[in-house]
Write a protein that binds this ligand. Structure first.
Ligand code: UDP
Length: 488
């Protein structure tokens, strides 16, 4: 196809690596599988070297056009108490004028014919409306999270009082109920702005012509069916649901991989190493960090641990505050003598590690994870069982999904009540997952099954491959009237 005839998709990513990575990967998929032309608008947070590395590596090979939108000044619009969802929504709201003029002047190689925004970009769906091009939301999480999000405007009307104070779980039509202690962060306080933002976001999804979601049919058949059923959640989502996942980062994009780390991994027995990492910005309290160090040491398992300075308060995680990466500082956070005593058994990496490369290494047999959805998919697609340690966002739901529905991980009950998990329990969780007892074997069998099911979904003719093709047809069956429109 000549480049002027190709569909031209504009994608919008909100700040934060956990948002940027799946949007970049979707962009590449649209180019390679569907032969789209793709322009990705990125609202960068400019807080970590990893972020610029990932943007740069997505530019080469030059599959997609990447345009960075200037970060707006939000200083007068948020306070030090503002929560993460509020901050991101305000950033995206303030970015809208720049996005609108950037899209309207985009004429090369052809004007946009379809628009895809991520979870926090739903307020920009009106731009697609103005352009009269089809517009979609890409939710880079799982179907149960989509279900809660589109149903929250209804819950807002029918549930009185704080969700977290309830004894009974929240019923979501056709889906597994959500326990009060598992609700997403913005539902923790109904009087805070982040809750209003989340309810509005749930409503705005209805403005889209459909929802792309980073899961696959065989992983969540019941929830996907509920989202499509007019008698259940179908009316809360206007268009079709396209389960196109798992979309995960391929190997080799990690930037500078440490040879020392992989030389060490190469020498370890198969599936003997537990990888410990809490996403792009998750941090622990200093008391919890100490217990984790002792727990790992007592477990006598081999490990790779991505360590970050502890936080004083728990909550959102230090999402936008990636640290300095100074490895000397590490010593002051870890128990005295820890590095020396664990020198042979473990590797401690400051701040950031090439996660996909580590998880795909045959020596890795467990992932101690905060359960961000990207991390979760990276673990499952590599057949690595998990110790689930949710910290923020929708991660408590993810942890419940992984342990209670999918059976690919173990969890501490204490995390549910925000208590510190002690070293003995950490040791026992590591052993349960890595050990040779029935529980560990069952979890390993299950995660390998899921790995194979993910592979089947993605190959030609598989459910996610087909969903992406149906999506391509869906966008083209609604012809763009862009050319008839002069400007905004
Ligand atoms: N990541 C990485 N190295 C690190 C930490 C994170 O490569 O040391 C990547 C990880 O592979 C994943 C993403 O950053 O692709 C984190 O996304 P996720 O949804 O798991 O969590 P979030 O950071 O959004 O909480």
């Amino acid at each position: 196809r000549s480049s002027t005839k190709k569909p031209h998709a504009v994608l919008l990513s909100s700040p934060g690596l956990g948002h940027l990575i799946p949007v970049l990967e979707l962009g590449k998929r649209l180019v390679t599988n569907l032969d789209f032309h793709v322009t990705i608008f990125v609202v960068a947070s400019h807080t970590s070297a990893a972020e610029s590395d990932i943007i740069k590596s997505a530019m080469t090979p030059n599959l997609c056009e990447i345009i960075e939108l200037p970060s707006p000044d939000i200083s007068g619009l948020v306070s030090p108490e503002s929560k993460l969802v509020t901050i991101i929504r305000v950033i995206m709201r303030e970015t809208r004028p720049a996005l609108r003029s950037a899209i309207s002047s985009l004429k090369s190689p052809s004007p946009p014919t379809v628009m895809i925004v991520d979870l926090f970009g739903t307020e920009s769906l009106v731009i697609g409306e103005e352009l009269q091009i089809p517009k979609y939301v890409y939710i880079a999480s799982h179907a149960w999270f989509v279900a809660l999000t589109v149903y929250v405007p209804t819950l807002d009307k029918i549930v009185k009082g704080e969700y977290v104070d309830r004894k009974d779980p929240l019923n979501i039509p056709g889906c597994m109920p959500v326990r009060p202690e598992d609700v997403v962060d913005p539902m923790l306080d109904r009087n805070d702005q982040h809750y209003f933002e989340y309810v509005r976001l749930g409503e705005e999804i209805k403005l889209s012509d459909g929802v792309l979601v980073n899961t696959w049919e065989d992983l969540q058949p019941t929830t996907l069916a509920a989202l499509r059923d007019e008698k259940l959640l179908g009316r809360d989502v206007k268009g079709p649901i396209f389960p196109i996942g798992p979309i995960v980062r391929p190997l080799g994009l990690a930037g500078s991989s440490s040879n020392q780390l992989f030389d060490w991994l190469d020498k370890q027995p198969s599936e003997s190493v537990v990888f410990v990492s809490f996403g792009s910005g998750g941090t622990l309290s200093s008391e919890q960090l100490t217990e984790l160090a002792w727990g790992l040491e007592l477990s006598q398992q081999r490990f790779i641990w991505v360590v970050r300075p502890p936080t004083v308060k728990s909550g959102d995680g230090s999402f936008f505050t990636a640290g300095t990466g100074d490895s000397d500082d590490l010593l002051s956070y870890l128990p005295e003598g820890f590095l020396t005593r664990t020198r042979k058994a473990g590797m401690v990496v400051p701040e950031w590690a090439p996660q996909v490369e580590i998880l795909s290494h045959p020596s890795v047999g467990g992932f101690f994870s905060h359960c961000g959805w990207n991390s979760t998919l990276e673990s499952m697609t590599n057949g690595v069982p998990m110790i689930v340690w949710p910290l923020y966002a929708e991660q408590r739901m993810n942890a419940t999904l992984l342990t209670e529905e999918l059976g690919v991980g173990v969890r501490s009950e204490k995390l549910q009540s925000n208590r510190v998990v002690g070293r003995e329990e950490i040791k026992s969780m590591v052993r349960r997952v890595m050990g040779d007892e029935e529980e560990g074997n069952a979890i390993r069998r299950k995660v390998k099954e899921i790995k194979r099911s993910a592979e089947r979904a993605q190959v030609e003719g598989g459910s996610s491959y087909n969903a992406l093709s149906v999506f391509a047809k869906h966008c083209q069956s609604r012809p763009s009237k862009f050319l008839q429109l002069n400007a905004f």
